[in-house]
Design a protein around this ligand. Structure first.
Ligand code: ZN
Ligand code: MN
Length: 488
């Protein structure tokens, strides 16, 4: 029996414990392939981005892409991996039509990343991370199989996680956190729909003291498919476990299955090879690599603040709620830096967070822009927030100024005067308007006095109308309150 807490906090009970380990392939953001100069551009005509090296022609020699190595090192640093002083290349031999060389260049016993972890925020262990080249792509059409070798030789980082994930939801969160981290540090764009993030899930279950055989579900290409496939597979194994006493770990070899999203089931594909079947041996075409302490230090510096560190800092430094932190961090690393600067400029971090996660996020989405390219700098947004508070701009006025500041490079005060926004903050004028609004809305007044406090909102609207939207919001609130309470 296992009680698992979902990301939404509710406890879910299953009669078994799910054990999940993910193998994630991340395509590194380089311009060219791992061992040749062919472009990595997505969507080129089939077999147009190929050369003797990635076609595996006899005599062609691979040359390591330095940038790919640096990105892989940065990823290993971000995953807190142990980084050895020496790493090397191995051939993983197998025959498949999408692999013309008959072997894949990978890393076997000396990967560039050793043990590490990812905090999601629960700490999940990483077994290893290694660089390898991708294979080509096969398309089956009727009796034909077409091969496109554009992808052959693409730089991949394979990240093997420990089987420490305990629910389908947690597996999904782990993959999302992994993708967010790799994007944040500029290692990969992690576009699942373009194959630059792929995931295999090793799944089995524990029932009391007994454990079922591991099934590897290959090539899960969406976060939702991962979650669904793992949930289905665990329940399938439980059903089989109950009626088949030979379905136990060690009695059946590990198998490779696939996920059929349309039918919503997993299906067997082949028996899983063991490492010995691949006849790994050091690639004689590539020299081993020495990794200097300076290179490791540089990679760690490039990583900067990890999401787990940012999460803690945003809560402790600004007192943001975990909800706000989650929404802000969901906008990516640039949003955190933007928020830091906007907060510093206005001195009101809660309001800055609200503006960024609501209005700024909405504009970015509407205009399909990233925060890097956003016309309104964090400092100017901070200036708007400060001005809103100082002058008492209404919500609508502030939004108008915001739009003006996006359209033109004005600071808040210049935008306010350019728009001719005026704010009535004179008490006597506001008292007048409040009294007129109350006289015109006797029903709302009596509702309020009978205890329907929400009636104050409609009265406030009426006051703002009297003032043509220019009433200083905090003064209106205060005067309205006083006038309503006065005759109670
Ligand atoms: Zn090539
Ligand atoms: Mn691999």
């Amino acid at each position: 029996m296992s009680v698992v807490t979902s990301r939404f906090g509710e406890a879910m009970t299953t009669p078994y414990e799910t054990i999940i380990g993910l193998e994630v392939h991340v395509q590194l953001q380089t311009r060219t392939k791992l061992f040749c100069g062919c472009p990595t551009t997505f969507g080129l005509p089939p077999n147009s981005a190929t050369c003797p090296v990635c076609l595996g022609l006899p005599g062609a020699l691979p040359v390591l892409n330095r940038h790919a190595f640096q990105l892989a090192l940065r990823a290993a640093a971000a995953l807190n991996c142990q980084i050895p002083q020496r790493t090397k290349w191995d051939r993983k031999n197998y025959f498949y039509p999408d692999l013309p060389k008959g072997y894949q260049i990978s890393q076997y016993d000396q990967p560039l990343g050793g043990e590490g972890y990812l905090d999601i925020p629960r700490r999940i262990g990483i077994i290893r991370a290694h660089l390898e080249e991708d294979a080509g792509k096969l398309t089956h059409e009727g009796n034909l199989t077409l091969v496109d070798l554009n992808r052959a030789g693409m730089p991949l980082l394979e990240i093997v996680g420990k089987p420490e994930l305990t629910s389908p939801e947690e597996a999904k969160i782990y993959l999302e956190e992994m993708a967010g981290l790799m994007r944040d540090i500029g290692v990969s764009d992690c576009r699942m729909e373009e194959g630059s993030l792929r995931c295999d899930a090793n799944v089995n279950i524990r029932v009391g003291d007994e454990v079922t055989p591991i099934v590897e579900i290959k090539n899960l290409n969406s976060f939702r498919f991962l979650e669904r496939a793992v949930r289905y597979e665990a329940s399938r194994q439980y059903e089989r476990f109950q009626r088949d006493s030979s379905f136990r770990f060690g009695k059946v070899p590990k198998q490779t299955w696939g996920w059929d999203e349309v039918a919503g089931v997993t299906r067997p594909q082949r028996e899983k090879e063991e490492a010995a079947d691949y006849r790994y041996f050091p690639d004689p075409d590539l020299v081993p690599i020495r990794i200097s302490p300076e290179q490791v230090a540089a990679a760690r510096a490039e990583v900067g603040e990890l999401p787990s560190q940012a999460r803690e800092r945003l809560a402790s430094q600004y007192g943001l709620s975990s909800y706000d932190v989650g929404v802000l961090m969901g906008m990516g690393r640039t949003a955190i830096a933007y928020f830091d600067r906007a907060s510093a400029a206005c001195g009101d971090s809660k309001t800055a967070c609200n503006w960024i996660t609501n209005q700024v996020a909405a504009v970015l989405k509407e205009t399909n822009t990233t925060l890097d390219a956003f016309a309104l700098s964090a400092e100017r947004l901070g200036g708007l927030i400060a001005a809103q508070k100082r002058i008492g701009l209404s919500r609508q006025q502030a939004l108008d100024v915001f739009a003006k500041m996006i359209a033109e490079p004005l600071d808040a005060d210049a935008a306010i005067s350019a728009l001719g926004v005026t704010v009535v903050s004179d008490d006597s004028a506001i008292v007048e308007a409040v009294r007129r609004a109350m006289a015109a809305n006797p029903k709302a007044v009596s509702d309020y006095r009978k205890g329907k406090k929400a009636a104050a909102n409609s009265l406030k609207g009426a006051v703002m109308k009297e003032l043509r939207g220019a009433g200083r919001a905090d003064v209106v609130d205060r005067v309205l309150q006083t006038e309503l309470e006065r005759h109670e």
